[in-house]
Design a protein around this ligand. Sequence first.
Ligand code: DGJ
Length: 686
Amino acid sequence: MFIINDDTKVFAIQTQNTSYIFGVDNLGLLRHLYWGAKVSKVDDFECEELNEVSTNDPVNEITAEEYPVYGGLLYKQHCLKVKFANGDKGLFYKYNGYTIEGNKLTVHLVDIYHEIGIDLVYVNFAEYDLVERYAVVKNNSDKEVSLEQFQSAQLHVLKTGLIFSNVHGYWGAEQNRFEQPVSYGKILIECRRGISTHNHNPHFILHDKATEDYGDVYFGALKLSGNFRGIVEQTAYGETLIQMGLNSHDFEAVIMPNCEMVSPGIICGYTKNGFSTMSHNLHRYAREQLMNPAPKMVLYNSWEATEFKVTCEHQIDLAKKAADLGAELFVLDDGWFGERDSINNGLGDWYVNETKFPDGLHPLIKAVKDNGMEFGIWLEPEMVNPLSNLYKEHPEWIYHFKDVVSDTSRGQYVLNITLKEVQDYIIGVFEDLLSKNDIAYIKWDANRPISQSSNDKQVWHNHVLALYDIVSHIKKKFPHVIFEACASGGGRIDFGALTYFDDFWTSDNTDAFDRLIIQEGYSFIYPIKAMRAWVTDCPNFLSQRTIPLKFRFHSAMMGTLGIGSNILELSGEEVIIYKEMIAQYKQIRHIVQDGDFYRLSPITENRYYAYQYVLGEESLLFVFLPQSYLGHTGARIQLKGLCQDKVYCLDTGIEKSGEYLMHEGIKIRLTGDYASEIIKLMEKHD
Ligand code: DGJ
């Protein structure tokens, strides 16, 4: 709901439990007023007149503007910087009314000197306590204008001394959550690689000493899979501001006459109830607004078992075994196409390799389908190896400068998918593949960043838009096909990707212990239902660690289960465990994939790691003890999200009230290293 006072020009976006309020002040500036717990008497808010503090602190500097623009006496971090055809820079906007369509409020601003409009859009997702913001710059003139800076939004927290949180990491070590105090000066997180990043993630969390259950948390996640930038600044004027949007590094976007440019959306929220509520709101939004509601299939993927050494016969053997174990989807990974036998060749030549698959993909797909599974396949469509027919025919299709040799990385170049002919080529590859073969799942990989990006500074962003367009185009024609976003593991995890893709490959690191850390970091913002997790062989190829099979399964069952091991080498005893665990996952997956997720004992604070899922009357407790310790007597784990006065039956045979389970808790004693347990709870009916 929106409450708008046309006299005072105060706008309130009312969600179930929060209010976001701004107004137009005496200078026509759009000024932030409030973001926090719900306030119903919106008329109490007004834009009091601001006067400069001194000639060195002019009004623009001290005003908490919703969308500060470069121009005049404004020196602080701005959201938008426009350059005009005659070289002039700077905007001076004034308020020009608003429109409402359904849950979307658009506030119109116009520049007083140029024919430029700025629309600030606020989409109210009231049921999730979330508001999506984005900006639209409209060039209403007959000349080109260019943007040198373009942010989706500026957000304000009218407090200082907050704590900022994001993730850091690299390949195989994504999603390491960190916190840092916000003080004077700026904190910057960004991606300059064009193809997302494993290093930071396009979201922010700002909190006031919050815990999982209590405390003020302000957060936002950007819908962008490329060069983003996020800035957090505690200003001298008693507030903390956040900006997120396109990275201005090597950026300039031209808007042609009578055209417009839309920023990526940022989905933001506030809660006074700590990180769990933040995660629940974002997860629910993602599941219900962005994702396909169908349950996620248990998949088998051959990559760790075979790498590039794929053959039709061997894949059929794997498929039969995978089906016997209970897999529902068989994914043929890298190595099936062109002359691909290592990272150095084949990318771009998306024809079936005749030596490996003499009769094409059909015999394998038939075997997969005959065994009751769906078939999926790996492609890396944005890339090309120099050793490929595609590169020989079209060397000009890669990103390049005029007189510089482009760098290869992982033996490959990045295709300039902003070119229409490259888009047509990729779409053609998919149309051919998907119309001739019964394919239900695409794993879309991207294993290197962009370099030598051409002389057009817009390509960094246009690459991402082209990616989204290509995937939407293919999905429109083949709506049943599910797309997994992978970029050397978890390099493409963001809400931009989740708007077009259905699954994330969380990390190439499949070590079950490391995964607990990665998965916990991931879970703060992103939905469990998109978190692919595989059970793989030991010693793990990356960590060289050997972990019992039950722990490996339990770790992977925390997300959408996959199997990535060499299943043809399993012992009889292992086969029994695989079958039991996969069958168990199918029984509980609705709770894992669609339930509310609780981090009961975060990794950094405890020896026991405990997580809980709650869906209606059912709940699951996952407990892990990676390492036993001296004097260990077990742990008491207090559950969350249950009904106080209901009685729950645990599959351990115990019956307890919700009140008891949430206050006294469950006493757990696991023994040995890498011990783990899943306990299911069900509300009791008389
Ligand atoms: C990187 C992915 O993350 C892996 O799962 C696998 O698909 C390889 N690429 C294949 O080259």
